[in-house]
Design a protein around this ligand. Structure first.
Ligand SMILES: *[C@@H]1O[C@H](CO)[C@@H](O)[C@H](O)[C@H]1NC(C)=O
Ligand SMILES: *[C@@H]1O[C@H](CO)[C@@H](O)[C@H](O)[C@H]1NC(C)=O
Ligand SMILES: *[C@@H]1O[C@H](CO)[C@@H](O)[C@H](O)[C@H]1NC(C)=O
Ligand SMILES: *[C@@H]1O[C@H](CO)[C@@H](O)[C@H](O)[C@H]1NC(C)=O
Ligand SMILES: *[C@@H]1O[C@H](CO)[C@@H](O)[C@H](O)[C@H]1NC(C)=O
Ligand SMILES: *[C@@H]1O[C@H](CO)[C@@H](O)[C@H](O)[C@H]1NC(C)=O
Ligand SMILES: *[C@@H]1O[C@H](CO)[C@@H](O)[C@H](O)[C@H]1NC(C)=O
Ligand SMILES: *[C@@H]1O[C@H](CO)[C@@H](O)[C@H](O)[C@H]1NC(C)=O
Ligand SMILES: *[C@@H]1O[C@H](CO)[C@@H](O)[C@H](O)[C@H]1NC(C)=O
Ligand SMILES: *[C@@H]1O[C@H](CO)[C@@H](O)[C@H](O)[C@H]1NC(C)=O
Ligand SMILES: *[C@@H]1O[C@H](CO)[C@@H](O)[C@H](O)[C@H]1NC(C)=O
Length: 705
């Protein structure tokens, strides 16, 4: 996008508009434009632009007043304070008395206004039917893993109370040795064309009560058979053990060199609005514990990969694809992911993510040849998907064995931070299974996540560890996006930060800056800079590498300029939430023209990629919504956002949203069909784009049958 041009913009602070609100008068915008001709289609590597000539293009001024009347964001305190009573549990109210939560906006700076969205606005309440339990543990777990603090070893312990109970419930007398259990070590094979997805289970080794697990085993599957008179119960469980192999000598109490540990606790696809909506208990906990919330944190790319790569490497998606080569075996192994830097500086590292088929580094990518961190969850994840029984929710594996999938990741996290509580550690723990496909499912994990947070607090983990509690983006498809606030839902991921007390006391200036920056526009590139800064926190004249994807991005321990704009933070127009739009009638002639041209651009993109033999030619079906960027000072360039559906018909209906710029002075619009850029598909395309592998093109492809 044209960053130079938009840098100087002063965006009028408007709130987003409700589509039910009256449509502003149509007489004054761009009436005669779009007798357009496509003149030039060019496709360069990683760049695909469509230039369209416009003839006359007339603008008249749109006054702020004409919109003030149609302010439509939902911000009603009494609405916020409703009680949701489910399963007899009265949910805590949203606390309206929080500092910095005046409920009028998320962010209000001179260059950026992000309105607050009521998470329980009436439109949502009609749809939102949350369920607040996982219902995964229908059976008692018959065997557990316990860490023996004296022996510094993990032991396997059968729960004979639970076994006894089964006998009692069945009116049977318990026999001697009624339960036989064996364990299988899960090993990573690191071979073949898919080294990150090949595992094997070693032979099942029978064990007795309080068996000490050999210290080289870090993930295992346990199979127990319980003999009753007329049947045998078989139960399988899996455990991740954080075996301490090499204890680094570390004088934790020497403050001068003391290094904080860092945990990234990520839940996929949870906006700060949806976090408030679906996880009120966890939200209130973080608020009460005064975790810092980055209220101006804005995503920079469409899905997980670009946003996490920006955060972990400082690169934009194009650069990450080029330098890290995720589609090549071993490509990601050579990638400069930030945890390698932590490792070099003596940190123990861990990475755990559920759902191996859609995980960050593996979805249409090759993952890692060698385990990327000291502790790596993926082999276990592959094993439990294959060997434990599971059910699905919203199309994703949800309960696995006796627990919610994400709990295995959280158990690993808990083991990791506990084993290394007094040594520097870095962990990335990410879950997809309870949040990726349906915005309401996170509610089922609210109390579970709160339980883990409280356990860590009790153990004193937060006294030594910085925690980033974050997401990558909001929901990217589904009904939420069709509601008022949908534009923000997609773009504003949750981001909370906990800082240990000693760090706050040692570096009061840095913490003051962080506090100020909670009220500033921020992006994943800043987090990359912040993590680098953390590694040098006790060096007064530290030197860190700029994020290549955003050279003006910076550590959040330094004050961010009040007047920061989206381009300053590496956020492209399409993702920028500082910009407010007004709604136009979709019947307008130029909107129809623009939409047809966008569809033409998408078709040309497919043709250019030589995919037109498998992907259908698209035609415009229906324009759902059209908006124009309101900009009070500079009318030489205007941005439109158009949402439309296309034919051929698919299930779900293929809905796209495109951001295009219309420049009357040069008489052209530009449309960038690059992956991370201007066109999003709002509905899942997994099933309709199966005929091609090209991830960038999938978005535009509806397979011919
Ligand atoms: C807020 O909601 C209450 C209850 O639904 C309603 O009576 C009141 O008029 C609303 N206030 C505003 C400012 O919309
Ligand atoms: C909220 O719940 C409390 C207790 O569960 C109840 O006393 C109160 O009347 C409820 N308030 C509303 C507005 O429903
Ligand atoms: C609101 O904040 C004030 C000042 O911090 C405090 O005294 C008061 O108890 C709070 N009220 C509620 C309802 O939490
Ligand atoms: C945003 O900040 C400006 C300047 O401080 C202030 O005048 C304005 O009222 C604020 N907007 C809202 C909605 O509070
Ligand atoms: C063992 O099982 C009993 C009965 O189900 C349960 O109350 C107890 O918490 C279990 N113990 C452990 C350590 O899980
Ligand atoms: C066990 O015995 C009790 C009393 O004799 C009876 O009520 C119950 O149904 C029996 N349970 C089973 C599982 O057979
Ligand atoms: C453990 O430490 C020894 C000696 O410091 C070293 O040679 C060995 O490679 C280390 N092992 C691991 C797994 O890091
Ligand atoms: C560090 O200090 C705390 C309290 O000041 C003490 O309890 C702890 O044992 C010390 N740890 C080490 C490794 O010296
Ligand atoms: C991505 O970053 C590179 C520098 O690493 C830059 O040259 C390129 O223009 C950026 N691409 C986009 C789409 O912003
Ligand atoms: C932001 O403020 C700085 C210094 O006050 C100024 O140099 C810069 O031009 C301003 N940027 C914008 C976009 O207003
Ligand atoms: C498309 O096919 C043509 C002719 O077979 C070939 O020259 C061109 O390189 C192909 N383009 C792509 C992007 O594969």
């Amino acid at each position: 996008m044209d960053t130079e041009r938009s840098r100087g913009y002063k965006y009028e602070r408007l709130v987003i508009m409700d589509s039910n609100e009256p449509i502003p008068s149509e007489t004054n915008i761009c009436k005669n434009c779009c007798n357009s001709v496509i003149t030039n289609t060019s496709a360069k590597y990683g760049q695909w632009m469509l230039n369209i000539i416009f003839c006359s293009f007339l603008f008249t001024l749109f006054t702020y007043k004409s919109f003030k009347n149609s302010i439509g964001f939902h911000n009603n305190l009494s609405e916020m304070q409703i009680n949701l009573t489910l399963k007899g549990v009265a949910l805590s109210r949203f606390d309206s008395n929080e500092t910095n939560d005046d409920l009028k906006y998320f962010l209000n700076t001179s260059q950026c206004f992000i309105p607050y969205i009521d998470p329980l606005m009436p439109e949502i309440r009609k749809l939102y039917k949350p369920h607040f339990t996982t219902d995964c543990s229908k059976h008692k777990t018959l065997v557990n893993v316990v860490f023996d603090n004296n022996a510094k070893q993990y032991i396997l312990r059968m729960n004979m109370t639970a076994v006894q109970q089964i006998y009692t419930d069945n009116n049977l007398t318990m026999q001697r040795d009624p339960m036989q259990c064996c364990y299988q070590e899960i090993v990573r094979l690191e071979s073949g064309s898919n080294p990150d997805s090949k595992i094997s289970l070693l032979a099942c080794t029978y064990f007795r009560q309080d068996y000490m697990v050999p210290p080289h085993i870090d993930s295992l599957l346990v199979v127990c058979k319980l003999k009753l008179d007329h049947k045998t119960i078989t139960q399988k469980n899996a455990f991740f053990l954080v075996q301490v192999k090499n204890r680094t000598r570390y004088d934790f109490n020497a403050t001068a060199q003391r290094k904080p540990s860092l945990i990234l606790w990520g839940i996929d696809s949870v906006s700060r609005i949806n976090f408030r909506r679906t996880m009120p208990q966890t939200f209130n906990y973080l608020k009460q514990r005064k975790w810092f919330e980055l209220r101006g944190y804005n995503k920079i790319g469409d899905n997980t990969f670009p946003n996490l790569m920006a955060l972990l490497t400082g690169q934009n998606q194009t650069a990450a694809m080029t330098t890290c080569k995720p589609k090549k075996i071993g490509g990601l192994d050579d990638c400069k992911l930030i945890w390698k830097e932590f490792h070099k500086q003596g940190y123990h590292t861990a990475y755990g993510e559920d759902m191996p088929s859609m995980s960050t580094f593996n979805y249409l990518k090759k993952g890692f040849r060698e385990a990327p961190t000291n502790y790596y969850f993926r082999p276990m994840s592959l094993a439990i998907e294959e060997h434990l029984t599971s059910n699905k929710k919203a199309g994703l594996k949800y309960c696995v064995g006796n627990r919610q999938y994400g709990e295995y990741v959280y158990d690993m996290a808990l083991q990791f931070v506990t084993r290394f509580q007094y040594e520097p550690n870095f962990g990335l723990f990410w879950t997809n299974s309870f949040s990726h496909n349906d915005y309401s499912v996170p509610a089922t994990m609210d109390s579970t996540i709160l339980k883990y947070l409280k356990e860590m607090e009790t153990l004193g983990i937060f006294d030594n560890t910085i925690v980033f509690f974050l997401s990558d983006h909001g929901m990217r498809f589904g009904q939420l996006l069709r509601l008022p606030g949908g534009f923000l839902e997609e773009r504003l991921p949750t981001f909370f930060i906990s800082i240990p007390k000693w760090l706050r006391n040692t570096y009061p200036e840095l913490i003051k800056n962080l506090e100020t920056n909670c009220q500033r526009l921020a992006s994943p590139y800043d987090i990359y800079m912040t993590m680098q800064h953390l590694l040098k926190i006790n060096e007064p004249n530290y030197d860190i590498e700029a994020a290549t994807g955003c050279t003006r991005c910076q550590s959040l321990f330094r004050e961010v300029p009040e007047n920061r704009t989206c381009p300053d933070a590496g956020i492209s127009e399409n993702w920028c939430t500082c910009t407010q739009y007004k709604i136009l009638s979709s019947n307008r002639k130029e909107i129809k023209r623009l939409s047809s041209l966008i569809v033409k651009g998408m078709n040309d993109y497919i043709i250019n990629k030589n995919l037109s033999s498998v992907c259908s030619e698209l035609t415009l079906h229906n324009i759902k919504e059209a908006k124009q960027h309101y900009n009070d000072e500079d009318f030489t360039l205007s941005t439109y956002r158009i949402e439309f559906s296309v034919n051929p018909k698919t299930k779900p209906e293929a809905i796209f949203a495109a951001t295009v710029k219309c420049d009357p002075s040069s008489h052209e619009i530009t449309l960038n069909l690059n992956v991370e850029e201007d066109v999003n598909r709002y509905t899942k395309y997994e099933n309709t784009a199966k005929c091609i592998q090209d991830k960038e093109a999938k978005k535009y492809c509806i397979c011919k049958k």
